[in-house]
Write a protein that binds this ligand. Structure first.
Ligand code: SF4
Length: 259
C-alpha cells in the first residue's frame, strides 16, 4: 500500500486530541473591546515566530483519506503511538477499500498500538463506507478543486469529523489554506488578541483564515503550536517570550506567568 504513510507525521499538528476533545474550550482571559487585528499585525507576529521557530514549507501528501484516518487514530494517544498504528494499518491492507471491507477484528488488531482500537476501527470503517464508491480514495478527488465551504461542509458531515480535522485535510493533504485550531493555537492566538472573546473553536478557524495571508497559513499554524508547547504554555513563560510587546493578554495583565 503506497502513499503518505510517513509524510506529515512530524508536523506537530497540535497534540493528540481529537475533535470531540476540542469541544471542551480552554479558558483564557481576553481583553474587553477586542478589535480584529490587521493583516500587518499578523505578519509581524508571523515574523517574530519565524525568528524563533523558522519558516516552514508545506509538503502536502495529496491523500485526504490518509489525513482523515490519521486524525481518527490520533484521538487520545500520542503522535508516536498514532504513527505506529497508522503504519501497521497500511502494511496490513493493500488499499482503503480493503480496510473498509475487512472484518473489524482485523482492523482492531492492526491499529491496537494506537489505543482505543475497539472504538477507532469501526469509526474508520464507517468513514470509509460513507465516502462511497469502489475506491474511497478516488471518491474524494473532487475536493481538490471544489469551493472551500462545500468541502468543509462535506467533510464535517462525515461521522466523527469536526472542523479541525477538515482543516487538517485541506492544509496537510491538499495545501489549501486553512489553519487548524487546536488547544495551542487557540490559547496562544487568544492571548495575542487574534480572536474575539469567547469565540468557539469553529469560529476561530474562520477568524484565523480571515486575518492570515493564505501563503502564511501553514507556517503560522505550526509556529503557534511550537510557541504554545515551549513558551506560551497554559502557565506561560512570559519572561522568556519574544512576543511580549505584541501580547494583548500580557500587556493587560491577564495572564499569570511563571515567575
Ligand atoms: S507574553 Fe506570555 S502570554 Fe503573551 S505570548 Fe508570550 S508567553 Fe504567551
Amino acid at each position: 500500500m503506497s502513499g503518505g504513510g510517513e509524510r506529515g507525521y512530524a508536523r506537530g499538528r497540535g497534540g493528540s486530541a481529537g475533535d470531540e476533545e476540542l469541544d471542551r474550550r480552554p479558558r483564557f482571559p481576553v481583553p474587553a473591546g477586542w478589535k480584529r487585528p490587521s493583516k500587518a499585525r499578523v505578519r509581524a507576529i508571523r515574523d517574530r515566530l519565524r525568528m524563533l521557530y523558522g519558516s516552514r514549507r508545506n509538503d502536502p501528501h495529496d491523500d485526504p483519506v490518509h489525513e482523515l484516518v490519521l486524525t481518527i487514530l490520533s484521538q487520545n494517544t500520542n503522535d508516536n503511538n498514532r504513527d505506529v498504528a497508522y503504519r501497521r494499518l497500511r502494511d496490513r491492507f493493500d488499499d482503503w477499500a480493503e480496510v473498509r471491507d475487512a472484518p473489524v477484528d482485523e482492523v482492531i488488531d492492526a491499529i491496537r498500538p494506537g489505543g482505543l482500537a475497539n472504538t477507532k476501527a469501526p469509526r474508520i470503517q464507517e468513514v470509509l463506507r460513507e465516502l462511497g464508491g469502489e475506491d474511497p480514495e478516488a471518491s474524494l478527488d473532487w475536493i481538490r478543486e471544489a469551493p472551500r465551504q462545500e468541502v468543509i461542509d462535506y467533510l464535517t458531515s462525515l461521522p466523527g469529523v469536526g472542523r479541525k480535522t477538515a482543516a487538517c485535510v485541506m492544509i496537510f493533504g491538499l495545501d489549501r489554506p486553512e489553519i487548524p485550531v487546536d488547544t495551542h493555537v487557540y490559547r496562544v492566538g487568544g492571548r495575542l488578541g487574534l480572536f474575539p472573546p469567547r469565540i468557539s473553536f469553529e469560529g476561530a478557524h474562520d477568524e484565523m483564515l480571515a486575518i492570515t495571508d493564505p501563503e502564511d497559513a501553514y507556517e503560522l499554524h505550526l509556529n503557534l503550536i511550537a510557541h504554545g508547547r515551549s513558551i506560551c504554555r497554559p502557565r506561560p513563560r512570559c519572561g522568556e517570550c519574544a512576543l511580549t510587546r505584541m501580547c494583548v493578554a500580557r500587556r493587560e495583565g491577564l495572564v499569570e506567568p511563571v515567575i
